[in-house]
Ligand binder design. Structure first.
Ligand SMILES: Cc1cc2nc3c(=O)[nH]c(=O)nc-3n(C[C@H](O)[C@H](O)[C@H](O)COP(=O)(O)OP(=O)(O)OC[C@H]3O[C@@H](n4cnc5c(N)ncnc54)[C@H](O)[C@@H]3O)c2cc1C
Length: 355
């Protein structure tokens, strides 16, 4: 009989952890609050280090096959002039792999199937309010996202999710294939267009605005007010957006935690380190956390010691990425000194993506 783990949250992180722990010989139950898996969602960029973690649990090739490889990319101004180029070949030379763009439901479908095939027990519609109150398990994996209740129980209200200062719009446009990643940066606002599997185009926009300013039914009008004069591809995408399919979320982050573990409880993914989406790395780091945790548990049989190793490995990296993502958010929301901003963006592209 293997040791027993309960995973709170059946999102990207929780399902990855379920597969990785099953492969390490654990008996695993995933308790997911929602009744059904998310059916709609926009594209996530899956970076080489996350693909490597997905390879370790046997699903990397499926993600590459279903996803869309990023072939080129650029940062542009609203008039189409170039600020910087994303050198995808350089990333390939450095890592031996590419970035693949895949929708959240696409990724969740792959992970869900693999977790079930690996023998994890997947319980939908089964929320956990306080994971620390569960007994009778050898390991508790907390992967319940940025608004994690268990994080608050363990670390107190100081570590409640904080509003980052920006809001994000996202959506998908059908029948508008593109193979290029474009981010256009204006004065304090940005708009991105990326490929997505199935000949779709994924788009996102971001602005620094106060919390809770949603105007259901008037979001496209708001987007047109901000971006209506920008050149294609932004203009074409705006023309094709369907109001009912616009997702808008204020962006929240996890304050930097003093530890990702307490005894036999480990926090992973957004529960441990939700960051602004500006580097496109949150889901990738959640995947890497899950695979790293299982690997430490394989190497170090004493659970508490393995969790301390996990914390030592993952906390500095993810907290550094969260700081960089916050910096990137601030840069993209600058309203003045745009030539300096552009120089900084070019310099960051020359330095390459943070590891
Ligand atoms: C606009 C935007 C764009 C992004 N783009 C990218 C990108 O390109 N690349 C990238 O790598 N990342 C990106 N991210 C980040 C990424 O979405 C998150 O980092 C990732 O989803 C975190 O996964 P998770 O499993 O930790 O948390 P979540 O995805 O939040 O999953 C948590 C799960 O726990 C469940 N849950 C919550 N509470 C309970 C409870 N009490 N009991 C049981 N279950 C519970 C939820 O229902 C959910 O299924 C983006 C984020 C945003 C906002």
């Amino acid at each position: 009989m293997g040791r027993r783990a309960v995973i709170v949250g059946g999102g990207i992180c929780g399902l990855t952890a379920a597969i990785a722990l099953r492969r390490a010989g654990w008996r695993v139950t995933v308790r997911e609050r929602d009744e059904a898996m998310m059916a709609t969602g926009t594209a996530l960029g899956i970076w080489p280090a996350a693909l490597c973690a997905l390879d370790a649990i046997g699903v990397g090739d499926e993600v590459r096959r279903v996803g869309q490889r990023q072939r080129a990319g650029a940062f542009l101004r609203p008039d189409g002039s170039r600020i910087a180029t994303i050198d995808v070949e350089r990333l390939h030379r450095r890592t031996g792999d590419h970035v693949y763009l895949l929708s959240r439901p696409g990724l969740l479908t792959i992970l869900h199937r693999a977790a079930a095939e690996a023998g994890a027990t997947l319980r939908a519609g089964d929320p956990v309010d306080d994971a620390t109150a569960l007994s009778d398990v050898d390991l508790m994996v907390v992967a319940d996202g940025v608004f994690s209740r268990t994080r608050e129980t363990l670390f107190g209200p100081t570590y409640r999710a904080r509003f980052s200062g920006s809001t994000a719009w996202r959506g998908v446009v059908e029948d508008m294939p593109t193979d290029t990643f474009v981010e256009m940066w204006g004065r304090g606002v940005k708009f991105g267009v990326t490929p997505q599997e199935g000949g779709r185009t994924n788009w996102f926009a971001s602005a620094a605005v106060p919390e809770g300013r949603f105007r259901p039914g008037a979001e496209v009008a708001e987007l047109r007010r901000m971006f209506g004069r920008w050149v294609p591809p932004v203009r074409n995408v705006l023309d094709a957006i369907d109001e009912s399919r616009v997702l808008r979320h204020d962006v929240y982050v996890t304050p930097p935690l003093p530890s990702f573990v307490r005894g036999t409880v480990a926090l992973l993914g957004d529960a441990a380190h939700a960051m602004t989406p500006d580097l496109g790395r949150g889901a990738c780091e959640a995947i890497i956390d899950a695979v790293a945790l299982a690997s430490h548990l394989r190497e170090t049989p004493a659970v508490e010691q393995a969790l301390r190793e996990y914390d030592r490995q993952r906390r500095p990296t993810t907290q550094r990425l969260a700081r960089l993502a916050n910096l990137a958010a601030r840069m993209s929301h600058l309203r003045h000194a745009l030539p300096i901003r552009d120089q900084l963006l070019r310099a960051s592209m020359l330095a390459g993506p943070p590891g």
